[in-house]
Design a protein around this ligand. Structure first.
Ligand code: SAM
Length: 279
């Protein structure tokens, strides 16, 4: 029984870092004319109205995208992300926030394919509605972990993958490492992005150790903590682990993450930008 709905969390600080990295990776991967396969294993509904009852119940976006929306950075990459979110809004007023499928769709070209997996029946229906109308887009109401492995290696021989589970099932931490190991065996040159929450630091440390021990090469990690680690209450930080990242990604995140700490974190917040495994 799935209870997680991303509509309660859309546009929060975790989405900001996740979607900034996703946009950076996809803008780089679509520079070459060659076709690309984008695979989103856990898609969610794809598009969110921030005036909805769900978003208003938690108002998490107020601590995330709302703090950036009128901000101009000295770093073009952060401005590009803010402008991307603005392109989904009609006015200067923040009213909508795109999920990963709509962000990916923005970058995908005629020659590319997008594969979107979602299991929650209500979010699947919304996703189908939000992603309809393009022949190159395929929405699947199937398990994204097995779906991903089944699609590899892609016919295009170029793939960009987002793995963004809700981690409401504690096995998801292990399943991520096992699925990645299988995916990498089938297709070692793909770019894989894995989102993770820091609720219990030890779980993330185990996940990092599992990836380091897996034999995969060129792994980077980017994390934003809006407050110090705690074992008392919920998520304090989140991050993206990227396997085979674009060469400029770490340089960009080294510049942008300190700015995001200033804008989104309290005085105990911090960031990590690390090469976990060398090329
Ligand atoms: N990637 C989305 C974004 O950035 O906008 C958010 C995704 S949300 C964190 C995780 C989603 O995964 C939920 O909508 C949930 O219903 C879905 N889900 C959970 N387990 C799944 C599975 N095994 N396969 C596919 N989708 C799953």
């Amino acid at each position: 029984m799935l209870s997680y709905r991303h509509s309660f969390h859309a546009g929060n600080p975790a989405d900001v870092v996740k979607h900034l990295v996703l946009a950076q990776v996809l803008s780089y991967q679509t520079l070459k004319d060659k076709p690309l396969d984008y695979i989103d294993t856990h898609s969610g509904a794809g598009f969110f109205e921030l005036a909805s009852a769900d978003a208003q119940k938690t108002q998490e976006y107020l601590n995330g995208i709302a703090k950036l929306y009128q901000h101009r950075s000295e770093h073009q990459e952060l401005n590009d992300y803010i402008d991307l979110i603005k392109s989904f809004n009609d006015t200067e007023q923040l009213a909508f926030y795109p999920g990963s499928p709509k962000i990916a769709e923005h970058f995908l070209r005629r020659q590319d394919k997008g594969w979107f997996f979602e299991l929650h029946p209500r979010d699947l229906a919304l996703l189908q509605e939000n992603m309809s109308g393009k022949r190159s887009i395929r929405v699947r109401g199937e398990d994204g972990f097995t779906g991903l492995v089944g699609l590899l290696p892609p016919a295009s021989r170029r793939a960009c993958v987002l793995i963004d589970p809700p981690y409401e099932i504690k096995d998801d931490y292990d399943t991520v490492v096992k699925t990645l190991t299988k995916a990498y065996q089938r297709f070692a040159t793909g770019t894989y992005m894995i989102w993770y929450p820091v609720v219990d630091r030890e779980r993330i440390e185990r996940m990092e150790e599992g990836l380091i021990a897996s034999g995969m090469r060129n792994i980077q990690l980017f994390e934003l903590a809006t407050e110090a680690d705690t074992d008392v209450h919920g998520m304090t930080a989140s991050g993206m682990i990227v396997i085979n990242p674009p060469w400029k990604l770490k340089q960009t995140m080294d510049k942008v993450l300190p700015e995001l700490v200033n804008l989104l974190s309290d005085s105990s917040g911090f960031y990590r930008s690390e090469q976990l495994v060398a090329e």
